[in-house]
Design a protein around this ligand. Sequence first.
Ligand code: URA
Length: 368
Amino acid sequence: MAQPGGTASNNHSLAGPEQNNDKGNRHDEPTEEKVEDLTRYNDGSVKLRNPNIELMDQDILYHLALGSGSHDLQEMFGDVKFVCMGGTPKRMETFAHFIMDEIGYKLPAGTQLQDISAFSYRYSMYKVGPVLSISHGMGVPSVGILLHELIKLMYHAKVKDPIFMRIGTCGGIGVEGGTVVITENAYDGLLRNSYELAILGKIVHRPAILDKRLVRELKSLASSDDPYDTITGKTMCTYDFYEGQGRLDGAFCEFTEADKMAYLEKLRDFGVVNIEMECTIFAALTHYAGIKAAIVCVTLLDRLKGDQVMAPKEVMNEWQQRPQFLVSRLIKKHLAQMGHLKSLASTPSSIKSPRRFKLVQQESEAHE
Ligand code: URA
C-alpha cells in the first residue's frame, strides 16, 4: 500500500501549503511548472495526505463520536468555514453562544445548541452555522488527536477553504496579564520552529508555520478602543506547565530562581512573548494539511513577575473573552465579505431575548 505522508526529509520538499497560500500568484506566473497540490482539490476542499482513508469502508472519528459510515458528514458539516478551538468544554460552549449572537445565527424554534461529541466523553463540539466551536483539552497529544480527526472531518464533509483558529490562554513574557497575543510563529522548548514526532521509530519534524496574512488581519482588527493591548510575537510550546515552563512551584524543581530568570530572559531576547502548550502541533498539522490557521491567546500573568496564576475568577473570565472578541471580528468580516452574514439570521426563531428565555426556563425548572 502506498505510504501516506512521506519521510522527514520529503515533508519539506513536497508541494506544501506555502505554495497553496500563494496560489493566486501562481496563476500570474504561467512559466512556473504546475505542481500537484497535495492538500486541496480544485474547488478548495481538503485533500488528505493519506491514501488509506478513501480505501476504508468507513472512517470512525472515535474521539468525536462521529463516523463516515454512521453520519452524513457532508450534510452535517459541509457548510463549515471556521473551526475554533480552545482548551475547556465550558469556554467553547460559551464561545458557541457568543458567536451565535455575534453572527446573528438563529436556531430553529424549539431547538438548542447540543454538544455533538458528547458521547465521546473526550471533546465537546458545537456547531453554529458556519462555525464549529470545539474543546481541545490540554497539551500537544490532546490537540494532535483532535486535529487528525478534524482534518479528516473536513475531508469527509467536503469543507472548502476552512480556517482553523485556536483561542487559548498562556503565560506572558514581559507582557501584562490580560494582553491578547497573536502568534506569529510557534517554537518548541528548544526554540525550534517545528513540531517533533517519533513515527515508526524515526524522528520527524514538521514546520510549525501559521498563516501570516491571518496574523496581519487579526492584528488589524484590534481596536484602539479595546481596554487592553493586542500584540503579535513568537510563542513557545512546552510539554508541561511546571518544570517545562521554568516554574519554581511544581511538585519538583531542580533549578534556582536565578536559572529560571536567566532562561525566561533568554526567551524574551529571542522574541518569545508567550508560552503555552499547544502551538507547535496546531501550527504544524494545519500547515501540513494546507489549512489556514491562527492562534490567539490571552496572557494570564507575566512570567517575569511570578509563576502562580492568581487573578480572580471574574477577572480571568473577562480576560478569556478577549481572544474571542478578536476571532469574532474576523469571522464576521469574512462572512460579510462572502455575503453570508444576513442569510444566517433568516431562519425564524421563537426566542426574542435569549436572556429572558433563560430566566423563564430557570423559573419553570424551579417549579417542577
Ligand atoms: N497556560 C500555560 O501554558 N502557561 C501559563 O503560564 C498560563 C496558561
